[in-house]
Design a binder for this molecule. Structure first.
Ligand code: GLA
Length: 355
């Protein structure tokens, strides 16, 4: 399939203060995506089914106003810290930092105005057989309570075979913590087409991090064997969703971090496969991160409306967020999220599509 060319931009809308938000269209290897300069948001991502029919497999909105007013992080870049930090507080080198608290007592996804709500600089590129976008944003020292000026570069690449690769890079001028991820809501049957409970999911993890009622990890690494959390062999997401496991009840479904068996790796390695048996569309994820947050769209409540007028209800999409573990700054036994001056934060996640 053709369509490879220089990314094309158009005006998507304006923020209340007049700032122009642009949409960038990219296509390569049979995958098409639209990315916004607001939040680095993947506004749409289209891939073919086994008969070559395209569908947008990521939830989004038509208008910038909807992203600003009510987006549950649809398609967005997440930072400085993917998932929660307990009580929005952590201590580093003897100093305690109070973060923006936006989820009960906790800080979620970088605080009230995280990277999902920032305007990024976007530079298109074509390089060999790749096409892509280089997104950059500088987060000021103290933004949302985090120490250090954080210089970020995130590269979205569509490869010749239609893979979407994300390379995250960050440096700081003061010791800080960083945990970047992407919050695409997947529905491989098409956004707005209904539940993802029939999608089959495989996660290469023997353990997960159980949480307290505020969804903060207790620190325990629990075995998945014999529980609803066992996705080591692909199974339909709905199969064990109503089994009454106390952790599922507390989170209204799956909203947990899986401890990937491979741990932190130098290169991205396979960690999960998601498949919609009806369309044949398959998503494979590889990362060098040690964790994967699988969220089964529990908070979607039928009040949000996507393109085409489809409403998004509970379980109409799922997120697979590659990351370090939630609340790591308060759990010295978890892989470290500390970044110091002179170091470069680098992680990569690759999404491969097949049908
Ligand atoms: C993550 C969190 C969830 C929820 C969603 C967005 O997956 O773990 O609890 O906040 O983001 O609604």
């Amino acid at each position: 399939m053709g369509g490879r060319g220089r990314p094309v931009t158009s005006l998507f809308g304006r923020l209340a203060d007049g700032t122009e938000i642009h949409s960038w269209s990219l296509e390569n290897g049979g995958t098409r995506m639209k990315v916004l300069s607001y939040g680095g948001i993947v506004q749409s991502l289209e891939v073919p089914d086994r008969h070559g029919r395209y569908a947008d497999v990521s939830l989004g909105f038509d208008r910038i106003e909807e992203y600003v007013a009510s987006s549950p992080y649809f398609g967005a870049l997440i930072g400085r810290y993917g998932n929660r930090i307990g009580n929005g507080r952590f201590t580093l080198d003897g100093e305690t930092y109070q973060l923006s608290v936006d989820d009960g007592e906790n800080s979620l996804h970088g605080g009230a105005d995280g990277f999902d709500r920032r305007v990024w600089d976007v530079e298109p590129f074509t390089e060999g057989s790749d096409v892509g976008l280089r997104l950059s944003y500088t987060s000021a020292d103290g933004e949302m309570g985090y120490p250090g000026t954080l210089e970020m570069k995130v590269t979205y690449t569509l490869t010749e075979r239609g893979d979407w690769r994300i390379d995250y890079e960050a440096t700081t001028d003061r010791a800080t913590v960083v945990n970047l991820t992407s919050h695409v809501y997947w529905n491989l049957a098409g956004a707005g087409s209904g539940t993802i409970e029939d999608h089959e999911l495989e996660i290469a993890a023997s353990r997960y991090t159980p949480t307290d009622p505020g969804l903060i990890p207790t620190g325990e690494l629990a075995e998945v064997a014999g529980t609803a959390f066992d996705f080591r062999r692909a199974k339909p997401i709905g199969r064990d969703l109503r089994t009454g496991h106390p952790d599922l009840l507390a989170a209204k479904g799956y909203d947990h971090n899986w401890v990937l068996d491979k741990g932190v790796t130098a290169e991205p390695e396979h960690v999960a496969t998601l498949r919609d048996p009806a369309s044949g569309r398959t998503l494979e994820i590889a990362t060098n991160e040690p964790g994967l947050q699988f969220y089964s769209g529990n908070f979607l409540d039928g009040t949000l409306v996507g393109p085409g007028g489809h409403t998004y209800r509970q379980g109409d999409a799922l997120c697979l967020e590659t990351q370090h573990f939630p609340d790591s700054p308060n759990h010295p036994s978890f892989p470290s999220t500390v970044l110091r001056p002179g170091q470069t934060y680098r992680t990569t996640t690759i999404h491969s599509f097949n049908s």
